[in-house]
Write a protein of this length. Sequence first.
Length: 334
Amino acid sequence: MKKIIIPALISLFLINTACNNWTELDSLKYYPPTVEEMNPAEYENYLAGLRTFKATDHKVMILTMEGTSEYPVTQAQLPMAMPDSADYICIKNSSELHEVVAAEIKEVKEKKGTRVVSYVDNTITDEAWRVYSNGKVDAGEPAPTIEERKEFYRNNATEQLAACDKYGFDGVMISYVGNNSTEESKASQEAFMGAVKEWNTAHPEHLMFMRGNFNNVTDKELRAKSKYFIIVMGGASGAASYKSQLRNLLRTVDEKDRNVFEIMVPAAPGEEQVGDSPYEAAETILSDDVANYEPYKTLGLCVSNAADDYFTSGMSFANIRPAINFLNGVKVVE
């Protein structure tokens, strides 16, 4: 495992960045003064080292957070408050973002080398379609046709994808939990993924991740363009479960070298961990059982509700930070 030696002063950034628990509605400034304000030159050196590290071959960490169209009132709503060593941030509900949140998409990339992607979710389209189709039936109108369904799914996916250009995201995470068991589901996927393919063709330089039942995506060409496959673990834990998920999802998928396991943190202080914690998941994917499980390759972890870890036991990102360090053999020198 690669060892990265971090001087004592620099290590303060890993520990303290985004740890300030302000809650005032009228200010986004930290109090007391941050290390950035106290020692700008040292902070710039730290950021340069951070960007250099993220350009190396290492285990990645993807953190998912909720977007908001309202003025952010907590640090957990801001990309710049996410742990510095995170490689990617995925923002849900990104169709309408407050300007303060939107501005940090560019800032976090320029300063920390953290790239930000928007979340495009077929379940949002499924729910919108259910409301639309039920509304027509309730109004005494004919049930929608397959062609209407296709147009609806295509348009809804296009609307979600539009956030990428609107706010300057580095790419998208496509969450797909559908199947191909019925004529309707096949039509829905064809339309939804058709819109994704059009977007991908028009944005070849952008990132694309696929999450969930990506193995059910019939367009192999599109699937092959995904940088990562996000494998949802839910409440599962341990090497046997991770290996089982790899086998099940990748049995019919040619690309077996880009897997990232998604886990979660407790949604509130005092709640029990469901499934593996970030640190336990890090230990699992680095263990011989998973790390050397041929022909599969695991590239890192994703935390589905990272913002919920902002304060845990009085500490900021107490579950996520140690996991990031452990993943990449970080050793802090006192």
